[in-house]
Design a protein around this ligand. Structure first.
Ligand code: PEP
Ligand code: MG
Length: 322
């Protein structure tokens, strides 16, 4: 098994009929970078920057963040690394920010909402990211965007940070790509408008399922209701991908679904351009991609999108996989 994966390492994530997609990995701590960079992944589809901020009582300053992002950028060299700006709140606590207790933390003050409310903190992170972009190929991604104004505000703070750095004579990647997580149903439905203002989307199914089905992703009592194979979730994913292609941009997926080989052909057939999950499961996903054709995958996706229940979708995919 391991040898089979080893052989796959340097082969492209390409279907039998030559459709090329990208298989990347998710990452949480910069210390993983060097090992991941040589593991066969094509880059980092999601670097959860919040892990630099958690389990400590003070916030990392610009220099500390810069060193962490730079380490990842250098380790990956030419390969792309998507760094997501701070996504705390909800299930992710951050002692240094002393956030209020909330009745509904997943619907509350989290992620980009915090960054926009505390621009002095956001600015530090963006400056550090921009500075690190001079050392590799970084992309910046904003989490939990629901309103177009949030995206515009985030981009304008980023532009201010760029202006500052230029004035200070500090180099950064002037063409750095900006993207957003698609993890709120309202944003997914409005994907056409968002697509005009970013260079890429990354679908976050972990949250998208929770918000589409009103099922807390952490609550074991209702875990049986939580599934990314729910038809409503599939339709949102398909809509986001199509909207991105209409606008000439690309879409990745960085929730757990990206690492589930049962979902690979379905996502491929919907037109997904990039898969990013735990590095350990991604060889299986690449293997699935290399074993099918885009034509076949499209038929699978078209049929799956006609089904009405999670069970129908799962049994259809299971039957195909046999
Ligand atoms: C997601 O929501 O699917 C995602 C990738 O982000 P996180 O799990 O960090 O919320
Ligand atoms: Mg999320």
């Amino acid at each position: 098994q391991r040898q089979a994966y080893e052989a796959l390492k340097d082969l492209p994530a390409e279907t039998l009929d030559g459709h090329r997609v990208h298989v990347m990995a998710n990452m949480a701590v910069p210390e993983e970078a060097e090992a991941l960079a040589v593991s066969g992944v094509e880059g980092i589809g999601l670097f959860r920057s919040e892990f630099l901020f958690m389990d400590r009582s003070t916030l990392p300053d610009e220099e500390e963040q810069f060193q962490a992002y730079k380490r990842v950028a250098v380790a990956f060299g030419e390969k792309p690394v998507i760094i997501r700006t701070l996504d705390v709140g909800g299930d992710k606590h951050l002692p240094a920010l002393a956030l209020d207790h909330e009745e509904n933390p997943f619907l509350g003050f989290r992620a980009i909402r915090i960054s926009l409310a505390r621009p002095e903190l956001f600015r530090v992170q963006l400056r550090a990211l921009l500075r690190a972009s001079a050392f590799g190929r970084l992309l910046i991604m904003f989490p939990m965007i629901s309103h177009l104004e949030q995206l515009r505000d985030a981009k304008s703070i980023l532009e201010q940070a760029k202006t500052e750095l230029r004035e200070e004579g500090i180099t950064f990647d002037e063409k750095i790509a900006i993207g957003m997580m698609m993890e709120i149903p309202g944003a997914c439905l409005g994907a056409d408008a968002f697509a005009k203002e970013v260079q890429f989307f990354s679908i976050g199914t972990n949250d998208l399922v929770q918000y589409t089905l009103a099922v807390d992703r952490m609550n074991a009592n209702i875990a049986d209701l939580y599934s990314y194979y729910h038809p409503a979730v599939l339709h949102l994913i398909s809509h986001v991908i199509e909207a991105s292609h209409r606008a000439g941009i690309w879409t990745g997926l960085c929730g757990e679904m990206a690492g589930d080989p049962l979902a690979t052909e379905l996502l491929l057939g919907m037109g997904l351009d990039e898969f990013s999950g735990a590095a350990s499961v991604m060889p299986k996903v690449k293997e699935r991609i290399r074993r099918t054709t885009l034509e076949q995958a499209k038929r699978t996706a078209d049929h799956a999108l006609t089904l009405a229940t999670v069970e129908d979708v799962v049994s259809f995919l299971n039957n195909k996989a046999e």
